[in-house]
Ligand binder design. Sequence first.
Ligand SMILES: Cc1cc2nc3c(=O)[nH]c(=O)nc-3n(C[C@H](O)[C@H](O)[C@H](O)COP(=O)(O)OP(=O)(O)OC[C@H]3O[C@@H](n4cnc5c(N)ncnc54)[C@H](O)[C@@H]3O)c2cc1C
Length: 409
Amino acid sequence: MNKKAAIIGGSMAGLFAANFLQKINWSYTVHEMVPEPLSGRGAGIATYKELAELVKITTGFEDKLGTNCNERVVLDNKNNIVSKIKYPQIFTSWQYLYDILLSNINKKDYFLGDECIDIAKNNNETTIIFKNGKKIKADLVIIANGIRSNLKKLVDKNKPKFAGYVGWRGLVDESSLSRETLDLMSEYFCFVLPQNQQFLTYPVSGSGKDGLKIGKRRINWLWYKPITTRNYKDILKGKSGKNHSHGIPPNEIKDVFINHLKEEARIKLPKSVQELINKTEQILIQPIYDLKSDFMVKDNLITIGDCAFTARPHAGMGVTKAALDCFDLIKNLSDTSKYNLDDNLKKWENKRVKEGLFLVNRSREMGSYIKSNKSIIMPKNKKILKETAVSIKHIRNYPNNINLFKKFV
Ligand SMILES: Cc1cc2nc3c(=O)[nH]c(=O)nc-3n(C[C@H](O)[C@H](O)[C@H](O)COP(=O)(O)OP(=O)(O)OC[C@H]3O[C@@H](n4cnc5c(N)ncnc54)[C@H](O)[C@@H]3O)c2cc1C
């Protein structure tokens, strides 16, 4: 009889898990706590050949995943290009990938409004319990419910760590930009590097069938800035008077903070970037955390994606890592001839923990200069250009690099 997995969390990691399990004829159900179809989370996702390959293996999707940039540049605060490297890359959007992954699985196995509150074990039976009263049984439980998981503790005791900085972010239609700014922002993956900070932009698709054409796309921007926990808590006090705990909806951010941001941009950032910020309809703020795991397996419970390891976004690797968690998982699950489930999962865990830890440590190093200590020495422009959001095959010392690419090329 087919084995059955229950997947908790219906975002990137959960959907990759479902798509991969489908390939080895496991039954599965996906349980997402949000009651309506997920949409518009985060904007741009840097991709690499390995992610395109994993999407193709699971879904058969072979078209381009998004927009191109061939070069990366650093701008000074007078809008001059002061460093440049060639690094052709495709940027997609969270929504675009979500739609591809969701459209390839059976809708009747994807449940919205299912918030998992507990997982109970009784003899050899595992029961997954939901807030809405539903209970199901499964042979394997895949916990893919992100960095704030309420279930990770059943497998591993690590908790998210605040990095000491936030990412302010936004999206602007290319069509709203001046010619000069459009030429710059639509051509390059752009960085500006004020002391102790990092600002970056890249083009992502716009809406509609022409969304990939220059002029119809959108520019995604991100500004990493150090912040004290106290100042962040002040920002979390919304316009309505509500104290938000981990993140604040953009319409709740008080104008005073947005005005401060624009004022700081006027002082530290070039004209093109000021234009971008000033023309952003909805500015978001995201605290940067990272998370690791000593364990990803406890009997038949496993964690994947951001729930297992969250690297800071400089690595640009979260979605690829989630896909690799699932790719390695099915390689081990389908190898039932030699091992039992416990052995297969342990083998999987051993490999995934090494890679997850490597990425978290690497992304910590990459973001280590974004802190409130003013005397910090900034990394060289070219180092940031060469290390940010690059393919695994360009990451020195990435564990299992050779094996990974033997499988893909
Ligand atoms: C600023 C920024 C930029 C980024 N840029 C990139 C990039 O360029 N490239 C890249 O690859 N990655 C990037 N990432 C990372 C990437 O977005 C994440 O790694 C990825 O989305 C993680 O997917 P996930 O499915 O593991 O977790 P999530 O997307 O967090 O999904 C978890 C899901 O579980 C659901 N859930 C939670 N609790 C329960 C419960 N109890 N029961 C049921 N459901 C539940 C949630 O509603 C959610 O839908 C970036 C991240 C940030 C913050």
